[in-house]
Design a protein around this ligand. Structure first.
Ligand SMILES: [Fe+2]
Length: 401
């Protein structure tokens, strides 16, 4: 469809400040928004690493009443939600400050959405089932609880460069009973302010840095090839690809390199703005989510495992766009070069692991396929796969051995 035949809505994005040490200016931003209290949702590893202490000191010195909740699992669950809601409802209404990677940011946004409303667990998330045609049954989409009262405002301080959860009002909560990652989304929990402080990311180990970076790369590539792509998101995605390809290897090999850390934090944010600006994502995320839900693998690693396979599957319908990605990577100008470039980057940063390396086996594939086909993020993938095609993708991703 030509651009003239389309209708585009370019959505506002949060005020974002990029600066070494900017996390400690949180009290100023809370006051600018008219608040004297704050409820922090923080990753426990980030708290243990001492990254939250300077922020707490700044809040204390500014006389801002605050509480911290850090009961966040690597893939946040309904149990985390219920514990967090008890703490937040006990503390009372306040902006929710998200400090951590995607897990803490997703959980914090969900708590901000749920706290003023009736319900807990995964009540506000979508849990669609499959129809007889293996497509999502939209009649099954309605969540158990609805957002009636306005969510609490949020402010985001990411401590990883990857998920870009700070660029949207959505996220994932794992339903423990079904081991399924369920989507939620509400514009009211889009962070009002984002503070990108590279000093918070220098302590991230190389493996996690690499996985998060591959998440950012996947966001950019999936936004670029989404059925909902648009010129603004194309520009954001291509710049993010350039920055990730240049700076991810440096951030992995020289963890204390503050310039590489800053570039990656901004690259991940731009990739997030790209997919959050309408395109959303696609089959890499739809096939990656079940691997992390069932095998408890890091989100970015599951994407790195699936990305080249899904790109090969998509290539025939998005060849030109993958060619743009190859140019942004500086590796050529066609889809084959883009796939080779992704594989080379993944090998260089150490995320070139098979599904078998992640604990998968043939017996698991049917469950993975069911979850992938019913993941809402599949809806914008450029080439809609059949059950047999998703099965084959997982079989190839298993690798030899
Ligand atoms: Fe992602």
């Amino acid at each position: 469809m030509s651009l003239a035949e389309r209708s585009l809505t370019l959505t506002p994005m949060p005020r974002t400040v990029v600066q070494v040490g900017v996390a400690e200016s949180l009290p100023d931003h809370l006051r600018d928004l008219g608040h004297q209290r704050a409820f922090l949702v923080a990753d426990p590893g980030v708290v243990a690493a001492g990254l939250v202490a300077p922020v707490l000191s700044a809040l204390h010195e500014a006389g801002i009443e605050h509480a911290t909740f850090d009961g966040v699992d690597p893939n946040p669950t309904d149990a985390n939600v219920d514990a967090g809601l008890a703490a937040l409802r006990g503390f009372g209404p306040a902006p929710v400050v998200l400090i951590g990677g995607g897990s803490a940011m997703d959980l914090g946004k969900y708590l901000a959405l749920a706290a003023p409303n009736s319900g807990g667990g995964t009540d506000f998330a979508f849990a669609p089932t499959l129809g007889a045609d293996d497509r999502i049954d939209f009649a099954s989409l309605a969540p158990r609880s609805f957002v009636v009262e306005a969510p609490l405002p949020t402010i985001a301080i990411p401590t990883t460069a990857g998920t870009a959860s700070e660029t949207n009002g959505g996220g994932l909560i794992t339903e423990t009973a079904t081991q399924r990652k369920l989507t939620f989304n509400h514009d009211g929990v889009l962070p009002q302010v984002v503070l990108l402080d590279p000093t918070l990311t220098v302590g991230l180990p190389p493996g996690a840095t690499a996985a998060c970076g591959m998440d950012a790369l996947t966001h950019a590539i999936e936004a670029l090839s989404s059925t909902n792509n648009n010129p603004l998101s194309d520009g954001l995605a291509l710049q993010a690809i350039r920055m990730v390809c240049t700076y991810l290897p440096i951030a992995v090999e020289e963890p204390a390199n503050i310039e590489a850390r800053t570039q990656m934090l901004v690259a991940a944010h731009l990739a997030g703005r790209a997919f959050s600006q309408g395109p959303l994502l696609g089959l890499v995320h739809a096939t990656g989510h079940p691997i992390s839900a069932i095998l408890h693998q890091p989100h970015g690693q599951t994407l790195a495992t699936m990305l080249p396979h899904v790109m090969r599957f998509n290539a025939e319908v998005v060849a030109e766009r993958y060619g743009w990605a190859a140019q942004a990577m500086g590796v050529g100008s066609d889809a084959a070069a883009a796939i080779a470039g992704v594989k080379a980057l993944s090998a260089r940063v150490g995320t070139d692991r098979t599904l078998r390396d992640l604990g998968g086996d043939v017996g698991l594939i049917a469950s993975l396929v069911d979850q992938a086909l019913s993941d809402l993020i599949i809806l914008t993938t450029p080439r809609m796969p059949s059950r047999a095609e998703v099965t084959e993708l997982y079989e190839v991703a298993l690798g030899g051995g």
